[in-house]
Design a protein around this ligand. Structure first.
Ligand code: FES
Length: 56
């Protein structure tokens, strides 16, 4: 897991994520999880943090 200021939480490896809808999504490589709250594809980062003055 990688935590960087003003960026999403990044986790490396093969992941299975159960979404709020109960759908299970598989991700490989590096997956970014939204920390800013603005992503339209939560829980994943969609780079929207670049459009706001978010400090986190
Ligand atoms: S951290 Fe990237 S969209 Fe929220």
């Amino acid at each position: 897991m990688i935590v960087t200021n003003n960026r999403p939480l990044k986790i490396k490896g093969k992941l299975q994520i159960q979404l709020a809808s109960a759908e299970i999504v598989t991700k490989e490589g590096t997956t970014g999880f939204c920390r800013c709250g603005v992503s339209e594809n939560k829980p994943f980062c969609d780079e929207s943090h670049r459009k706001i003055e978010w400090i986190g």
